[in-house]
Structures are given as C-alpha cells and as structure tokens.
Design a protein around this ligand. Structure first.
Ligand SMILES: Nc1ncnc2c1ncn2[C@@H]1O[C@H](COP(=O)(O)OP(=O)(O)OP(=O)(O)O)[C@@H](O)[C@H]1O
Ligand SMILES: [Mg+2]
Length: 351
C-alpha cells in the first residue's frame, strides 16, 4: 500500500481470474461448473459474488484455492495472484495458480496463508476431536516458522481479534463446547491467523441465526477495515452484498453476467437476471420468519447441470427474451461504462 492511503489512485490488482473453466467429467455428462469466469479483485477491495444455487460460486472459490473435489478440474484459464513480499508496496510478483498442481509447493505456500477461505459449512472446517487452539496453531505453524508457544500466543491474539470472549481459556475448548456463532469466530480466526491478503468467505453465515449473522457481518467488516485485506464474499443474498461489498459480480450457470459497483447493481441493474435477483430479496418480515427462504421470484429453474443451452443460458427464463437472437448466439461480457459490464444481447450494440 502506498504511503498515502487516502489518495484516489486506481487500485492495485490482487487477483485476476481470466476465462476460468472448471469442469467435472462424469459418466452422465460434463458439468461445466465454472465456464469462462472473468473476475478481478483489487488490493483491499470487497467483492460480492451472487447468484442462485448451482451457479458456480463455490467452485470458482474452490478453483482459486485449488481445492476442487475430483473429478473436477481446471480445463482452461488463468488465476493470477499478485503476491506481495514483506508487505512492501511494489514488491509484488504474479503467479498463475491455475498452472500448478493443487498440492504443489507454490499453491501450498499461498493457500491458507496469503489466500484463505471460510467455507460454506462451518462444522466441516473444524475437526470435532481437536481443540480450537490446536487447529489454529497448526494452521499458523504450517506457514510461519514459530515455536508452539509463539503460535499459541498468535492464536490467542487472533481469537481476541475475532472478539472471542476469554480467548486464553476458550482456546482449549473443543468445537462442540462453543455456540454456533463462537464456532464461526474460531473458523474466521483460523482463516485470519496468517494475515491473508485475500479472504474468501463462502456463505459464512448460512448456518447462523439472524442476530448472530449480523454480528459476524459486523466482525468481518471491522476486520477488513483494520487489516486492509481483500474479501471475496459469496452469498445468495443481495441484501448482505449491499452491506458488505463495494463491487458485485452476478453469476449465472458458471458465467459472470453482470459486474459493477454496488450502487449501480441496486439502482441501475442491466441484466434481466440481476433484476430478477433484486426482486427476490427477502423482505424483512420473511427474513425474520425464515432466513433460509431461497430466491424464488425468478420464473423457472436453473437448468440441470448436464444441459447445454444454445445462445444465452438465461433465455428460457428471461422476460426480455428475443427469439432468433438470444437462443442462437451467446452474448459476450461487454463494458457499458467504466466499471459496469453486462453479458446480454439487449446491450450489445452490434445485434
Ligand atoms: N463434487 C461435484 N461433483 C459434480 N458436480 C459438482 C460437484 N460440486 C459441484 N458440482 C456442480 O457444479 C455446479 C456449481 O456448483 P457450486 O457448488 O459452485 O454452486 P454454488 O453457486 O456455490 O451453489 P450454492 O449457492 O448452492 O452453494 C453445480 O451444477 C454443481 O452440481
Ligand atoms: Mg456454494
């Protein structure tokens, strides 16, 4: 970061994903979980990723972490991470994570260290048979050359950062001794212990009640402001995106269909799918009644994973469907104005 942090300079790039394709070759057919994703995150930027279930949000994140479950694999594209050395501005080099094996040294050096992730299901992130402290200190010692005692001190300090009450005592608790919210704080502490430059948070509050969810969102915001780390925040919920993100990426069936700053997504959405998602934001009453209510305002369903549609993948559900165009050719992601891109024939001047 430059010495004057308030200067309105263009932000340095931290991660660039280019034409990423992550496919699962199964007997039944090929699942194109991620099918040509382009996405950038600036240093210290919070980018929200939204889209219905099955649109490839988690698999995009897992591709960056190189933790795709077999037989899934990256078949094309680049994941360029701008590593920074010794926290010095300018001392960065670029590594394409897609070019290395999932368990290669360069990937292991970055995963859980410079890039870490809070997974969709918090209980799977923690082992039930080891104390929270043991799990955090292991994560620290994997990447930092410190003694057990030093790692324990860092772990306690990190638990304090995530506002765990009595961290020096709770560090010896097993996950089952903690409430859901405290467990999620422990998971976040584990992700933050090595002070990552990028935190990927995949629906980190799905398993929590509304009050605890609000506390975790506050915590993530505070941690982001204090550390300046970038966050890729994945969620179904555009309401949460409005609270958390500066930039929003909307995904549909393995592709980015719209990207812009958060205000334009809410006040000037372009893609019919984005407009559909906005209409489906649960109202407060329904949130309180049932926060797990899924997005359901868009007509029709996400097509099955093996189906390949000609033209725009959203055309069977689109209220603005143009026969002969949308079912024939696939639209490109085009820039409407700086910072606002959309993949839709309605905005493609050449059609
Ligand atoms: N292990 C797997 N084997 C085969 N297909 C998979 C596997 N994991 C995910 N997929 C498929 O990849 C596609 C994208 O899944 P992904 O988990 O990324 O969706 P998502 O956007 O994160 O959805 P959700 O909001 O439900 O978490 C889906 O069609 C899914 O069925
Ligand atoms: Mg997911």
């Amino acid at each position: 970061m430059a010495s004057d942090e308030n200067a309105a300079e263009p932000r340095e790039t931290l991660l660039e994903i280019r034409n990423l394709k992550t496919h699962f070759a199964l007997d039944e057919g090929t699942v194109r979980a991620v099918d040509g994703v382009d996405l950038e995150i600036g240093r210290g930027q919070v980018v929200g990723v939204v889209g219905e279930s099955g649109c490839g949000k988690s698999m995009t994140a897992m591709s960056v972490m190189r933790l795709i479950p077999p037989p899934g694999r990256i078949v094309e594209g680049a994941i360029r991470f701008h590593r920074q050395f010794n926290g010095r501005a300018g001392a960065a080099d670029i590594i394409d994570l897609a070019q290395f094996e999932p368990n290669s040294r360069p990937v292991r050096d970055i995963r859980g260290n410079q890039i870490s992730m809070v997974f969709q299901e918090p209980m799977t992130a923690l082992s039930p048979v080891r104390t929270v402290g043991k799990q955090i200190t292991e994560a620290i010692r994997l990447h930092q050359n410190v003694s057990k005692a030093e790692a324990r001190d860092i772990a306690i300090e990190t638990l304090a950062r995530v506002k765990m009450p009595n961290p020096a005592q709770r560090i010896d608790d097993y996950p089952f001794q903690l409430s859901g919210g405290m467990r999620q704080r422990a998971v976040i502490a584990m992700a933050l212990a090595c002070r990552p430059q990028l935190l990927i948070a995949d629906e980190p509050t799905t398993a929590l009640d509304v009050t605890t969810e609000a506390q975790i969102l506050d915590l993530l915001r505070a941690l982001q402001a204090e550390s300046g780390m970038a966050i890729l925040y994945i969620t179904h919920n555009l309401g949460v995106v409005a609270e958390m993100a500066e930039e929003v990426v909307v995904m549909y069936l393995g592709k980015v269909v719209e990207r812009s700053d958060v205000d334009s997504i809410f006040y000037d959405p372009k893609h019919p799918y984005t407009r559909g998602l906005l209409n489906s934001i649960p109202r407060l009453e329904t949130v309180v009644q049932d926060k797990k209510e899924k997005l359901n305002a868009i007509e029709g369903m996400v097509p099955g994973p093996y189906q390949r549609l000609r033209g725009c993948a959203f055309h069977p559900r689109c209220p603005d469907f143009m026969p002969g165009i949308c079912d024939q050719t696939e639209p490109e992601l085009i820039q409407l104005e700086p910072g606002h891109s959309v993949r839709c024939h309605l905005f493609n001047g050449s059609d």
